[in-house]
Design a protein. Structure first.
Length: 643
């Protein structure tokens, strides 16, 4: 019997130096849903990836003196490492720089143009580089981007536009006829009342002011702007627009696009209209979840309230972090992150409830039955409540996941854990053990507890996969199929338990908070930070190819239109050169004139923002580029070789 397909996606992430815990939530939630669907018999396609084109990427790469592809390659490797650390079981990772994606996007753009849905015009307005969004004067908030609050730039350029207004009424009708298409309900009303019904403007879908993007095949002075490029990934990843469309035929339309509420407009207006224009089915649902808030606000680097998931995992382990994310963001609403609440949640739910249930059960099986799980022989009425709840819980969890109510699913599982702990107090195994005549009754109690733990391990495996494995190891079960939860008899009598370490050792709240605060202070001072790995070894012959020279800066000025670039004229002793360097945020031109610096003198000349750069100024920076200093060679004569 073939499995029913299930297709779930997260947004493709825009490469940045570090993802915070709020970004991580979407992917962890999608992973939990994907794992559960696989567990319950679905053929799952879980897609995530990176959106790698755009002006911001090109600018950063130019400032670093590397190609945009080199820049995103470094960052994507870090994102994949983070997903591995968070135990993310994605089926496909798409990059918008993948050849197959770029070809398909070009074909999509050409089709829309050929059928008259894309036309050439010109654009003049306000542009937010970080958000890759154009805004009208009335949409700005205090003259800044309404999405991120950062400054915008005035932009005027020739561009292609997509006729959004042509499909607006059709989309409104579709949303009204498909009440589950946008969830939660409040998000649907927001899109209808704030964007669709007031009227849509046509959408700018190409740019000419930068070239880091997918070229328009019939007009290569233009690159395809972010939304047609990025949003198309959901179908190009399945083979749409390429030779092999088997996955597309199997999995499209998507069952759910799981996204943050801040990008809802793009996924519930731009994307559906693109699909309508292409004559393709719309996704079954777009779910805009809330944010994880810190100190009452959305996580932001500028606010200094970013929480690093790597720090949390290193301090507490991956499953406690996953648990907090999945349990503490309510359906459709915002959640709160706070270190103290987080630690107390670990102690109460994971240590006291789940951890103690396992350690007490295994310890009693070892103490009273030599570590061998006994038979279920003498039943009493008190057993029924635990058994019935165990048999009811899988259905509750499945219903919650089908509605994307992850916290409710976990609540049902922990109700079973709580009931099992109460069952220990009610049956008092330590008292039964004192009476040899009650040995069989004691055996039944411990069998029921072992079986309850088997239920818990299966139910929790989608959310806390490492924890589920540890439970299975201690109760020595391999019977972890979903269908085995239809009856309360899956634990094999005679199996020998294996006592292990505590699942979740209790945490000293005050001591751990002090430790985290010390880490935060150390990171802010850059005294302790993640060091970029040393590159592969080179030989002395390789190094001798690099020509480092002491040069004196004799003139310096900003590069027009580039906030971070300076144009320097330097004296090598026997010649003068022009060098473009991304140090404008750290140095004023007048600070550099007359200063000796180190030049990579034999670097192949390139043009940056139209200016010739004959070499590179040597500088050192922190990992996040918050501090950058040019290397000072002292008062050595110009032209001196740096060895």
């Amino acid at each position: 019997m073939s499995k029913k397909p299930y297709y779930i996606t997260t947004p493709i992430y825009y490469p940045s130096t570090k993802l915070h815990i709020g970004n991580t939530y979407t992917t962890v939630a999608a992973d939990a849903i994907s794992r559960f669907k696989r567990l319950t018999g679905y053929d799952v396609m879980f897609l995530t990836g990176t959106d790698e084109h755009g002006q911001k990427i090109q600018r950063v790469a130019e400032e670093k003196g590397i190609t945009p592809k080199e820049h995103v390659d470094e960052i994507v490797a870090g994102i994949k490492d983070l997903w591995s650390m968070m135990n993310i079981s994605y089926d496909k990772f798409i990059r918008t720089t993948d050849d197959y994606h770029m070809k398909a996007v070009q074909d999509i753009f050409k089709k829309l143009y050929d059928q008259g849905d894309i036309y050439k015009s010109s654009y003049e307005g306000w542009y937010c580089t970080p958000c890759e969004s154009f805004w009208t004067e009335t949409q700005l908030v205090n003259s800044n981007c309404p999405d991120c609050g950062r400054p915008v730039e005035r932009s005027k350029e020739e561009a292609y536009f997509f006729k959004m207004s042509k499909y607006a009424d059709k989309l409104i009708q579709y949303i009204e006829e498909h009440p589950d298409f946008i969830q939660p309900e409040s998000r649907k009303n927001e899109m209808l009342n704030n964007f669709l019904r007031p009227g849509l403007q046509d959408l700018c879908v190409s740019r000419t002011s930068f070239n880091w993007g997918i070229p328009v095949t019939f007009d290569e002075s233009h690159v395809i702007y972010v939304w047609i490029d990025a949003l198309s990934n959901y179908i190009t990843a399945l083979g749409y627009g390429n030779d092999d469309t088997e996955l597309y035929k199997k999995f499209w339309p998507a069952d759910v696009h799981l996204i943050g509420k801040d990008i809802l407009r793009f996924h519930t207006i731009y994307w559906p209209i693109m699909l309508m224009a292409l004559g393709l089915p719309l996704p079954k649902q777009v779910f805009g979840h809330g944010w994880l808030l810190v100190d009452g606000g959305k996580m932001s680097k500028s606010k200094g309230n970013v929480v690093d998931p790597v720090t949390l995992v290193n301090s507490f382990g991956v499953d406690p972090v996953r648990y907090y994310l999945l349990r503490e963001i309510p359906f459709g609403s915002d959640g709160l992150f706070n270190n103290e609440i987080f630690i107390k949640k670990i102690n109460s739910d994971l240590c006291n409830d789940l951890g103690n249930l396992l350690s007490r059960t295994v310890a009693m099986v070892e103490k009273y039955f030599g570590g061998v799980i006994p038979a279920q022989s003498v039943k009493e009425g008190i057993d029924d409540e635990l058994i019935n709840l165990a048999l009811e819980t899988p259905k509750k969890v499945e219903e919650s996941i089908n509605e994307l109510k992850i916290p409710e699913a976990l609540e049902a599982i922990f109700d079973l854990i709580g009931r099992a702990n109460k069952y220990i107090d009610e049956t008092t195994p330590w008292i039964l053990a004192k009476d040899e005549a009650k040995k069989d009754r004691l055996g039944t109690v411990l069998y029921n507890l072992s079986e309850a733990l088997r239920f818990v391990s299966i139910l929790i495996s989608s959310f806390l996969p490492d924890t589920a494995k540890k439970i299975n190891e201690q109760i020595a079960t391999t019977n972890v199929e979903w269908d085995s939860l239809k009856e309360f008899n899956g634990t094999v009598v005679g199996t020998k338990v294996v006592k292990g370490d505590n699942l979740f050792p209790r945490i000293d709240v005050d001591a751990k908070l002090a430790e985290l605060e010390a880490l935060k202070e150390a990171e802010s001072k850059s005294s302790k930070r993640e060091i970029i790995p040393i590159k592969e070894e080179i030989t002395i012959d390789d190094f001798s190819k690099i020509d480092l020279r002491v040069v004196k800066v004799i003139a310096c000025e900003p590069v027009k239109g580039a906030k971070k670039l300076l144009k320097l004229k330097v004296d090598l002793g026997n010649e003068e050169r022009q060098v473009v360097s991304g140090i404008a945020k750290d140095y004023k031109p007048e600070e550099l004139v007359g200063k000796n610096v180190v030049l990579v003198a034999n670097l192949k000349p390139v043009k940056l923002r139209g200016e010739l750069s004959q070499g590179m100024i040597l500088a050192a920076s922190t990992d996040d580029d918050s501090i950058l200093k040019v290397v000072d060679p002292g008062e050595l004569p110009t032209g001196s070789v740096v060895r």
